[in-house]
Design a protein around this ligand. Structure first.
Ligand SMILES: Nc1ncnc2c1ncn2[C@@H]1O[C@H](COP(=O)(O)OP(=O)(O)OP(=O)(O)O)[C@@H](O)[C@H]1O
Ligand SMILES: [Mg+2]
Length: 231
């Protein structure tokens, strides 16, 4: 379980996150929602230790991880798929999947068997360069790369952004598998309500650096959508 409390963050003088509180319960998918520029990615970067935290605390399974490095967090169960994928375009699929293995604590140095089963297309394309895959396949590669470390929590930043519908469907099925079959915890930034309804058990909505609404996905009503999500 992840628990963020009183988190504030600044870029220069601008206050980007204002006392954010967020709980991500174990074994469920929580969707972090909100319009462009409200601070969703910044919050995930703080959660991964990619931005030093000015104020507030982050707990993971009851340990205070606020001061831990990104590397430590990745080694201890936080998997992260950044917005815009950021795979290595000149490396092959297999090389992209092999690189993170160096961070494994258990010294396993082969790609875990289950990883290719999550997205079989990657197996067929394992000798192809990452940059030669379609956008949707690159997203699948970025997700698979995070799965190589067999995380306990998978943090996905807009994994369905600009992706063709059939692959969006595969990503939705994948998230179901993570939570329902594998018992993982998922935190997914998702702006599209229909997709959030399919994957999320809970939602949290941000506006101007704050979490302004939260609850179970069934309780996400038209009024809240109109106030905080409709462009
Ligand atoms: N490196 C940076 N330096 C200064 N300001 C930044 C930086 N990165 C982001 N910002 C600003 O911080 C605010 C929050 O950005 P962030 O990327 O967290 O939003 P977001 O909710 O993820 O948006 P989107 O839905 O477009 O991905 C925005 O106003 C953005 O312009
Ligand atoms: Mg973002």
């Amino acid at each position: 379980m992840i628990s963020i409390s009183g988190l504030s963050q600044y870029y220069g003088q601008s206050n980007i996150l204002r006392k954010v509180d967020l709980r991500v319960p174990r074994g469920l998918c929580t969707c972090l929602m909100g319009r462009n520029g409200v601070g969703k990615t910044t919050l995930l970067k703080c959660l991964m230790g990619l931005l030093p935290i000015k104020k507030g605390k982050i707990f993971f399974n009851d340990s205070d991880i606020t001061a831990q490095s990104t590397h430590w967090r990745a080694r201890h169960g936080l998997g992260y798929v950044p917005q815009g994928r950021q795979i290595f375009p000149l490396l092959t699929v297999e090389e992209n999947l092999t690189l993170p293995l160096a961070a494994r604590r258990d010294k396993v140095r082969g790609i875990p068997a289950g990883v290719y089963d999550l997205f079989p297309v990657l197996k067929e394309m394992r000798s192809r360069r990452g940059g030669d895959l379609s956008g949707g396949q690159q997203q699948q590669l970025a997700i698979a790369r995070a799965m190589v470390l067999e995380p306990e929590v998978l943090i996905l930043d807009e994994p369905t952004e600009g992706i063709q519908p059939n692959i969006v469907g595969e990503i939705i099925e994948f998230v179901h598998k993570l939570t329902d079959e594998m018992g993982l915890t998922v935190l997914q930034v998702e702006q599209k309500v229909p997709i959030a309804r399919k994957v999320g058990h809970n939602y949290a909505i941000m506006e101007r650096g704050q979490v302004v609404a939260r609850g179970s996905m069934e309780g996400l009503d038209a009024e809240t959508i109109k106030n905080f999500l409709t462009v």
